[in-house]
Design a protein around this ligand. Structure first.
Ligand SMILES: [Zn+2]
Length: 474
């Protein structure tokens, strides 16, 4: 399996903020940022840093976050703290913060760190500074435009993909977290510029409850096609069954869609023995997905995600770092023997899923084309060369928020597809006075994403959108 004759190593950038592992969601909360420090010490211990450019990442500003999120939500995240949260009762409810997504000391700082790292990874890929960018702190795929969800507050994935879209006509998003990548799917639901593919557990009210095997369909002449693919899976899926679906599906999607960049969310809660998960992947099996995606040799942004049995998460992401830099550590890392006996899913079930997925793919346009337009300026500008020294990681002073004009304005690709925003807004007109549904919020989220790149959205539409978003919060 291993590409033994390959001597060329990819240029890999690795982002790690020394403080990101010191945040605490609170006693008893399954999300432990400490897993990030643990992963990093293994990466250092195995000498993997020698094969990568290691950076202390940029910290995302409120402005960066508002590229996707609503201003009042981000403003709230920035202001709320355990000491003052009593005064935010209404907002806590509106923004879904409190239970699964608690208020903890340094919440905004935490978001700023993991988001900044993903964003910088995207920028480096755009400027061909690296071929692979790794941010294990990122991958918080449930965060929504208007609210927190499933331990995620700021969606670093959506923000990074928006940055990648400045240079890349087609971005493929692949999600192997056990949970459905709902926040990312929602944000790019109406565009063919991003294709989202999520493999996850579906059924029995498993969080977040979305992501059933969908039929990709066309909603009328002017609509954007739904470039999203969901592969719902059952409890206990093992390496072999997972591979039998993952590899042919991803191969087909890559051949078909021809992405110019791939974002891979590597949630480790799909491993066996996860505190919250119910799959049975081994670290080797999980890593095989990463290796397979890497084998296409397409610029790759690798992100973390879920993962709640801390020691396994750290082993998994260390092992995957080693795969990404073509360094063998598999004999040393204790990654086997800890997983329960595996469950092979019925062949018929796998075949049925595979068939449906392939039928869906047939309905899509091959590699949708794009037009060249002016682009918004870069989020980060590079003022001097990047450093590769792991001790003195690329200082953040290297990066300023927003372009100072030092970098030439880039090329923006815009989809030739016209999206049915007016169809959707017409629908909103009727519901003007009713409370906006969760689904509609999702569509709004997707529309807003489009407006960043599509000047064609009319003022009237924007006014309507504005009206409806205000309605959400009042
Ligand atoms: Zn998860």
């Amino acid at each position: 399996q291993k590409d033994l004759h390959s001597t060329m190593t990819n240029r890999t950038s690795y982002f790690y903020d020394p403080d990101v592992g010191n945040f605490h969601y609170g006693t008893g909360h399954p999300m432990k940022p400490h897993r990030l420090s643990l992963t990093h010490s293994l990466v250092l211990h195995y000498g993997l840093y020698k094969k990568m450019m290691v950076f202390k990442p940029y910290k995302a500003s409120q402005h960066d976050m508002c590229r996707f999120h609503s201003e009042d939500y981000i403003d709230f995240l920035q202001k709320v703290s355990p000491n003052n949260m009593q005064g935010f009762t209404k907002s806590l409810n509106t923004f879904n913060v409190g239970d699964d997504c608690p208020v903890f000391p340094g919440l905004f700082e935490f978001c700023s760190r993991y988001t900044g790292a993903s964003l910088q990874g995207a920028t480096q890929l755009n400027h061909k500074i690296c071929d692979i960018a790794i941010n294990w702190a990122g991958g918080l795929h449930h965060a929504k435009k208007f609210e927190a969800s499933g331990f995620c507050y700021v969606n670093d994935i959506v923000i990074s993909i928006l940055e990648l879209l400045k240079y890349h006509p087609r971005v493929l998003y692949i999600d192997i977290d056990i949970h459905h990548g709902d926040g990312v799917q929602e944000a790019f639901y109406l565009t063919d510029r991003v294709m989202t593919v999520s493999f996850h557990k579906y059924g029995n009210y498993f969080f977040p409850g979305t992501g059933k095997l969908n039929r990709i369909f066309i909603v009328g002449a002017e609509s954007g096609r739904y470039y999203c693919l969901n592969v719902p899976l059952r409890d206990g899926i093992d390496d072999q069954s997972y591979r039998q679906l993952f590899q042919p599906v991803i191969k087909q999607v890559v051949d078909f869609y021809q992405p110019t960049c791939i974002v891979l969310q590597c949630g480790a809660d799909s491993l066996g023995c996860d505190r919250l998960g119910c799959f049975n992947l081994s670290i080797r099996g999980h890593g095989e997905c990463v290796e397979f995606v890497k084998s296409f040799k397409i610029p790759l942004l690798v992100l973390g995600g879920g993962g709640y049995t801390v020691r396994n998460v750290a082993r998994c992401w260390t092992f995957e770092t080693s795969l990404l830099v073509d360094e063998s550590i598999s004999d040393e890392l204790p990654y086997s023997g800890e997983f329960p006996s595996t469950v092979c899913l019925p062949a018929q079930y796998l075949e049925q899923i595979r068939q449906t997925v392939f039928e869906n793919l047939k309905m899509l346009n091959h590699a949708p084309s794009v037009q060249i337009h002016d682009v918004p300026s870069d989020m980060l500008s590079y003022e001097r060369n990047d450093e590769a020294d792991p001790e003195e990681r690329g200082p953040e002073e290297n990066y300023t928020s927003e372009s100072s004009g030092a970098f030439p304005r880039s090329v923006l690709y815009e989809s030739t597809e016209v999206f049915t925003h007016h169809v959707i807004t017409a629908d909103y007109k009727e519901k003007k006075k009713t409370k906006i549904s969760r689904k509609d919020k999702g569509l709004l989220s997707s529309l807003f994403t489009l407006t960043i790149f599509h000047q064609s959205v009319s003022t009237q539409t924007l006014r309507l959108l504005h009206h409806h978003t205000s309605a959400v919060q009042t």
